[in-house]
Design a protein around this ligand. Structure first.
Ligand SMILES: [Zn+2]
Length: 323
């Protein structure tokens, strides 16, 4: 079954990135726009980004098979609603983003949590697409998206991947979720910022201070790296994913962060032949910066929904898919 062109939109607090991809996930059009906040602003931004990406791709929104959206917050993929996306000015009342965008563009729209969209995009764009993969998104908070056997794993209540709220230190700091010593209180941008006792306006500050020999910065970076390493270990031991891809705002510093995490993984191997055999340091990588992974992942998920609906038709699309 040929799904045709699909669009994907990655909506972040400051920018929205839309792509139009073909059946082979080749990006034919790509547009980045500043995000307008609030329910109406988010819908208008997404619609405009899709229109402009279509124009670049030589297509029209009406000619798309589907549109997928990746967005932070609490997402209900079943009805396309979003709530609790603080950076987008979306509060506790669910916003029917999928339905509103569908009215704007006239094509089916599916909505997914942004970390899940990154995981699916990273999985499809990876060289070895059949490998299991997890994305560990390190921003203000900490969360993972998990692809197992080629499919996104959401869990029975959509909470799969909420590794940031696994308590690891019974006497640790209180977490925003109400528990104590969550991984997120050690391995997140806000944790790093708190340990460095300086605002993390420019993600490199604590890293450059650490490399310049500042002991507080070095301790902050080490503690953060150990926390990320613990999250990586957890994802591999729980799911045996082949790759753990580090993503999110804090990873924009790049190689220095990867080096710290790998060093902590190797340090933890001392005296444990079991962990040595897991080869954790080899499994960790960084999401390539400036790559439209989340938007492509959202597009892929939209296509998957379309194809899954196609398979519900007795006998037709199923056979086309298997050929
Ligand atoms: Zn927590």
């Amino acid at each position: 079954m040929n799904a045709g062109f699909v669009a994907g939109v990655d909506i972040g607090g400051s920018k929205a990135l839309a792509v139009v991809v073909d059946d082979a996930n080749r990006v034919l059009g790509q547009v980045r726009l500043p995000t307008r906040l609030g329910a109406a602003g988010v819908v208008a931004t997404a619609a405009e980004a899709v229109r402009q990406a279509c124009e670049m791709a030589g297509a029209t929104p009406a000619g798309l098979s589907a549109v997928g959206v990746g967005i932070p917050g609490l997402v209900h993929p079943s009805n396309g609603s979003v709530s609790h996306a603080v950076n987008l000015d979306l509060g506790a009342d669910p916003v029917d983003l999928g339905a509103a965008l569908q009215r704007e563009l006239g094509v089916p729209v599916s909505v997914e949590n942004d970390v899940n969209a990154v995981a699916v995009g990273a999985h499809r764009l990876a060289g070895a697409p059949r490998k299991d993969l997890a994305v560990l998104s390190i921003g203000t908070g900490l969360a993972a998206g998990i692809v197992v056997d080629g499919s996104l794993h959401r869990g029975s209540r959509g909470a799969a991947g909420e590794v940031g709220h696994i308590p690891v230190d019974p006497v640790g700091r209180w977490c925003s979720c109400g528990q104590r010593g969550c991984l997120e209180t050690i391995a997140s941008g806000s944790a790093l910022s708190a340990a460095w006792q300086a605002p993390l306006d420019d993600g490199t500050t604590v890293w450059s201070a650490a490399s310049a020999g500042d002991e507080t910065a070095q301790a902050a970076v080490r503690s953060f790296g150990a926390g990320v390493a613990a999250a990586v270990r957890l994802l591999v031991l729980a799911w045996d994913v082949e790759h753990v891809v580090l993503a999110g705002g804090v990873t924009e510093v790049g190689q220095p962060m990867l080096d710290v995490v790998r060093a902590e993984l190797v340090a933890a191997e001392q005296g444990s032949a079991f962990l040595v055999a897991m080869r954790l340091a080899e499994r960790v990588s960084l999401l390539p910066s400036q790559s439209p992974v989340a938007a492509v992942g959202a597009a892929v998920l939209a296509r998957d929904v379309l194809l899954a609906e196609g398979t519900a038709l007795p006998g037709t699309a199923v056979r086309e898919l298997s050929q």
